[in-house]
Ligand binder design. Structure first.
Ligand code: AMP
Ligand code: MG
Length: 479
């Protein structure tokens, strides 16, 4: 089993960064899906991955040559509450590869069994959440949003106990790395300043090499992470995406979307939309995501204070100045992103009044922009007007919009407005069918949403919002 050229830099870090742990041997692994395009992009042999040896690796049944499985240590704030010890409780980092693009990637199994960090958890993943992460992360990648990727989903042949007994599965996740805000917090909380410095040096080398030559590399790192998070969250907002569990252990330092738990895309626009059943106070509602981004980055800044400056007052000032730039970067990115979607020059007032109108009229977020794009391209107004409770309100708004829109903005508009998103009821439908042994809805959904900007008239049904009966009220953290 020497088909993957692992080069494991994280495993070379000091003791305390991770615990070595082997994945569980899945009793009857079966490949659900292999992401062949991603395999090729990563320079991996897709045919080997689909072979018995490859599936053994992807299920945890066998450890491939050069793989050094480990569970990473981290801490985190979950829904605002501090957990000093989290860590990979159901994931194994198999190792790293350097892809043909020169970028180092983690290859990680998720749902592959207990580790020293499992606490009371079983270390397993149920099929549903694995398919959800596969669908949504691959859509995000296709839509141009930085994200971890799904290389494969494998059924383990084992049942896992949740509210009921469910089929188990393992997701192979690919990331620029799995270092999180919570990784910094882990060493800060233990007052291990040397490890904190080692971690900062590691992520600078791996993700932010330009920070190395800055006067204060740790400060440059904090600023760069802040900037990537601000831009990332703006991209989520533009897609109506609600992450659902923006805990500090789910904020990745390289700036990719990570940990697709109870996440979903809004159908009807309302800024306070929440999906997670455990997010009772709406902490992670759509509109709150930038505020939570700042909160999470403040936790990173706090954790980095010992390496920002030897004097703690000075360190605090630097930390604050770095996080403060979030709002400018975020607002600029959001204004530009929404302007592109509207096919108009940047106009913050018009954006806000449009959000208000969409809320008042109960417009479907995605269709609002797809149908507007169709109007811009010369289509009729009927489908757009039909999104409004009051058709007159659509007419009034369109008149104003026409005064701002110009045809040369249409290409950017098309590139900003996916025709297809993985609507929550479709994701649920794909999961339910898979639980009944039929993976074809999952296959279809993946193929439709990974070409999100293409018109696919044969799949027009995937454009439409759920009927009243199809609405998925809440997504449980069922992991
Ligand atoms: P998450 O909510 O997925 O970000 O996970 C938060 C923490 O709980 C992480 O430390 C996970 O490794 C751990 N965890 C979640 N589910 C399980 C499980 N089934 N078994 C063990 N640990 C888990
Ligand atoms: Mg997590």
């Amino acid at each position: 089993m020497t088909r993957i050229a692992f080069d494991n830099s994280y495993a070379r870090l000091p003791d305390g960064f991770f615990m070595r742990a082997d994945p569980d041997k899945a009793p009857a692994p079966e490949l659900i899906k292999l992401n062949r395009e991603l395999a090729v992009e990563l320079g991996l042999d897709a045919d080997w991955l689909a072979s018995a040896d490859g599936i053994a690796m992807l299920s945890g049944a066998a450890v491939a040559d050069g793989s050094e499985p480990l569970a990473m240590a981290y801490a985190g704030h979950q829904f605002g509450g501090w957990s000093p010890q989290l860590g990979d409780g159901r994931a194994h980092l198999l190792g790293e590869i350097i892809a043909p693009d020169g970028i180092r990637r983690d290859i990680q199994l998720k749902g592959s069994g207990a580790t020293p960090f499992s606490r009371n958890g079983d270390g397993k993943a149920a099929l549903g959440p694995v398919l959800r992460e596969y669908i949504v992360s691959e859509f995000m990648a296709a839509a141009g949003v930085p994200t971890t990727r799904a290389l494969a989903a494998v059924a383990t042949g084992e049942r896992v106990q949740r509210e009921t007994r469910l089929p188990g599965a393992v997701l192979t996740r690919v990331a620029q790395s799995h270092v999180r805000v919570g990784t910094f917090q882990y060493f800060f909380a233990r007052e291990q300043t040397e490890n904190l410095q080692t971690l900062a040096d590691y992520v600078i080398d791996r993700h932010y090499p330009e920070a190395k030559s800055a006067e204060n590399p740790a400060l440059a790192l904090l600023k760069a992470v802040t900037e990537r998070q601000a831009k990332l969250i703006a991209q989520w907002m533009c897609l109506g995406f609600i992450h659902g569990v923006m805990n500090t252990d789910n904020v990745q330092i390289a700036g990719e979307t990570i940990d697709y738990g109870p996440c979903a895309f809004m159908d009807v626009f309302h800024p306070n939309t929440v999906f997670s059943s455990i997010d009772r106070n709406g902490r992670y509602a759509w509109v709150n995501q930038p505020n939570i981004g700042v909160w999470n980055l403040s936790r990173l800044a706090e954790a980095m204070m010992p390496i920002l400056h030897p004097d703690q007052d000075a360190a605090l000032k630097l930390a604050e100045s770095a996080v403060q730039q979030f709002s400018d970067v975020f607002n600029t990115a959001l204004n530009q992103g929404i302007a592109a979607k509207l096919g108009i020059p940047v106009n913050a007032d018009f954006m806000q009044s449009t959000f208000k109108l969409m809320t008042d009229q109960g417009c479907d977020f995605t269709l609002f922009f797809t149908e507007l794009t169709r109007i811009a391209e010369g289509g009729t107004e009927d489908a757009f007007t039909a999104l409004f409770v009051e058709p007159m309100a659509a007419q009034v708004w369109l008149a104003e919009w026409r005064g701002l829109h110009s045809a040369e903005l249409i290409p950017a508009m098309k590139a900003a407005n996916p025709v297809f998103i993985p609507r929550n009821h479709r994701v649920e439908e794909a999961i339910q069918s898979a639980l009944n042994g039929d993976f074809s809805p999952f296959e279809t959904l993946v193929s439709v949403v990974t070409r999100p900007f293409d018109q696919q008239p044969e799949h027009a049904a995937f454009e439409t919002p759920p009927t009243l009966e199809q609405v998925v009220q809440q997504t449980f953290c069922g992991t």
